[in-house]
Design a binder for this molecule. Structure first.
Ligand code: PMP
Length: 378
């Protein structure tokens, strides 16, 4: 008998109410039963995205929403700019290349924070009309200032990958003038994987070329959603769960959620530093989504993660790309509380000790609670 713990930055733990909603008997997607759920989920999405524009909902993982943005906003050969500061910026570059675009990369070292002024001048210099960026770069723990990025790119459309940030850190789609925001169900939205979303500002619709994707056609999706009759068979059970999860987020209040994420980030950082470990992600409140940590000398991160899972039932996330041997990540996006952070820290402390690392024992959880107890204003 073994208890399993999931402390990854996606998929994230799913509240029982959401799982139960997904397990309800099947209904037909063109009947009145489902229409009510669909209407409610779509309206709640607008509240969470903080936009009056439609939020398109697709049966796909987050990458599907990214793919849809490129397929619906560009024609072959268009010049676009891509901010690359980690694995998900790289994904933007790959998708844009796949669609035959003239890609101007604005590159940062993994772990660096994109500088809005630099991005603004690079975009102006390139003549790109669309800029693809990442709000929370889950591979590094860096959260970019997308409000400043939008101000810096001026009239160019800003497309924000908010897959691991929507619902965890502030994102004022309309107030900040963000053109397109994309997300996925399996992170701060507290659902199983399988739903992708795209909010598209009203002003963009007249400027869009013909969709290069049949399934992810934004116009067809918008038209179908306007009458709550999905273009294709929607993921009925996932949407039921999403509706419940969004209701929970909104009942709690988005600001309360942002505050909780900041405090969980503080707790995770205080705990790992108390053990004597070095952070890879930034040591400040922007790192509210995922805490990336360097393993101590002589400890391979892959071996640590295997030990955590095989001996203690605890799943943390590996570093991505070149960071894989040296970095592990503790997620705290979505349905997490301080006891999850305490459990993750205890498991890391125990496993590192069992693997022979020399770390400070018996202090991490106390430091984490002390950090968590300080309230913050968002
Ligand atoms: N962007 C970011 C920032 C992500 O964290 C992820 C998932 N880890 C994705 C995109 C891709 O989403 P998916 O795996 O759901 O396709």
């Amino acid at each position: 008998m073994e208890k399993r713990y999931l402390f990854t930055p996606g998929p994230t733990p799913v509240p029982p109410e959401v799982l139960a909603a997904g397990a309800e008997p099947m209904v037909h997607h063109r009947g009145a039963d489902f229409r009510l759920v669909y209407e409610s989920a779509l309206a709640r999405l607008q509240q969470v995205f903080r936009t009056a524009s439609p939020v398109l909902l697709f049966s796909a993982s987050g990458t599907g929403a990214m793919d849809s943005a490129v397929a619906n906003m560009t024609a072959p050969g268009d010049r676009v700019a891509v901010v690359v500061a980690g694995a998900f910026g790289e994904r933007w570059a790959k998708i844009c290349q796949h669609y035959g675009l003239d890609v101007q990369r604005i590159d940062y070292e993994w772990g660096e924070v994109p500088d809005p002024d630099e991005v603004g001048s690079a975009v102006a210099g390139s003549g790109a009309r669309i800029v693809f960026c990442t709000q929370s770069e889950t591979s590094t723990g860096v959260v970019a200032d997308v409000q400043a990025l939008k101000a810096a790119v001026g009239d160019a459309a800003l497309v924000v990958d908010a897959v691991s940030s929507l619902g965890a850190v502030p994102l004022e789609t309309d107030a900040w003038g963000i053109d397109v925001v994309l997300s996925g169900s399996q992170k701060a939205l507290m659902c199983p994987p399988g739903l992708a979303m795209a909010s598209v500002a009203e002003r963009l619709w007249d400027t869009l070329p013909a969709s290069r994707s049949f399934y992810f056609d934004w116009r067809a999706t918008k038209k179908a959603q306007e009458v709550f009759d999905a273009a294709f068979t929607p993921a009925v059970s996932l949407i039921r769960g999403l509706d419940v999860a969004l209701g929970m987020l909104l009942d709690d209040g988005l600001e309360a959620g942002f505050e909780r994420h900041i405090r969980l980030g503080r707790a995770a950082r205080a705990g790992v530093k108390a053990m004597g470990l070095e952070l890879f992600s930034p040591d400040n409140d922007t790192a509210a989504v995922v805490t990336a940590v360097r393993t101590p000398d002589g400890i391979d991160a892959t071996a640590l993660l295997r030990h955590l899972r095989d001996h203690h039932g605890v799943t943390l996330a590996p570093g991505q790309g070149a960071l894989k041997p040296d970095v592990f990540r503790i997620g705290h996006i979505g349905w997490f509380d301080i006891f999850d952070i305490a459990a993750a820290l205890s498991a890391v402390e125990l496993s590192l000790t069992e693997l022979g690392a020399s770390i400070e024992r018996g202090v991490a959880v106390t430091r984490a609670f002390e950090a968590y107890e300080q309230h913050v204003t968002v």
